[in-house]
Design a protein around this ligand. Structure first.
Ligand SMILES: Nc1ncnc2c1ncn2[C@@H]1O[C@H](COP(=O)(O)OP(=O)(O)OP(=O)(O)O)[C@@H](O)[C@H]1O
Ligand SMILES: [Mg+2]
Length: 256
């Protein structure tokens, strides 16, 4: 199972849109995906029509609850989800004194069923939930909003990832940075993408996700873009991203 955390501490960078639609594009290619919604805002959960009222994930972090008991099916074939919980807002405080709180999710990840991918949607912070995602995952995908020059935030993020890698998870690597909301009608967006490619070279995916209003509409219809509007630019771009993600498996031995 490839374990991928979708992270960027900057709010609104495209994490949830990427987590949901990358998952759907992988599922379309017959891959199975388990999504974990670690964001108390619960945007991924509500995209699949799931409530965040249950204590599920909160109990996972604070009690002996088994992870297999909080996995739910979605209406989309091959995608299952561990929904977020509004209780997660209090988790930081609850775990402040707890030794080893950074690795709770990793230790609890004893899944009885097999999926091809685990995709974790992270909150826009570098707190205990995101650190748990970074100790659990082997890979990181970083969506970057190409509307503003996001370089300084990205450099800070890469520094954090380096520290996590050294101290908690030596296997962690960046699978790719993906520019999101790219409006190719503006020179500014083109410049941002160019600047990202100059600075982060082979860490960049070739795919960029274009600004596409259909992507913003899709959550209200509780459908991933591949089903809400299968032929729009957004669906096309996320399929391209999924192709690139799958291509990264070439020549690699199967990960467990
Ligand atoms: N390619 C796109 N085209 C148009 N709108 C987009 C695109 N990607 C994301 N959006 C919109 O931008 C907003 C932020 O996107 P999203 O929720 O995916 O970001 P996020 O990083 O998960 O945010 P948060 O940090 O709050 O969790 C949403 O309203 C979403 O619909
Ligand atoms: Mg989000």
């Amino acid at each position: 199972m490839r374990k991928i955390a979708i992270i960027n501490q900057k709010g609104g960078s495209g994490k949830t849109t990427t987590a949901v639609n990358l998952a759907a594009s992988l599922a379309e290619k017959k891959r199975t995906v388990l999504l974990i919604d670690l964001d108390p805002q619960a945007s991924t959960s509500s995209w699949f029509g799931k409530s965040r009222d249950a204590k599920g994930l909160y109990d996972l972090f604070t009690t002996s609850k088994n992870i297999n008991d909080i996995i739910e099916e979605t209406d989309i074939d091959r995608i299952d989800i561990i929904p977020s919980s509004s209780w997660l807002i209090g988790l930081e405080k609850r775990l402040a004194q707890e030794v080893g709180a950074e690795t709770i999710l990793k230790q609890k990840l004893e899944l009885t069923k097999k999926w091809d991918y685990l995709i974790i949607d992270c909150p826009p912070t570098l707190g205990i939930l995101t650190i748990n995602a970074l100790t659990t995952a082997q890979e990181i995908i970083v969506p970057v909003e190409a509307r503003i020059m996001a370089l300084s935030g990205l450099i800070q993020l890469l520094q954090t990832i380096k520290v996590i890698k050294e101290r908690l998870n030596p296997k962690l690597r960046i699978s790719g940075i993906v520019p999101c909301r790219v409006d190719y009608r503006t020179n500014h967006a083109k410049e941002v993408v160019k600047e990202l490619r100059t600075n982060f070279k082979d860490k960049m995916y070739k795919t960029t996700i274009r600004e596409n209003v259909r992507l913003a509409e899709a959550p209200s219809y509780l459908l991933p873009i591949t089903q809400y509007d299968p032929n729009c630019n957004g669906a096309h771009d996320y399929r391209m991203l999924a192709k690139e993600v799958i291509r990264q498996e070439r020549g690699k031995t199967k990960q467990t």
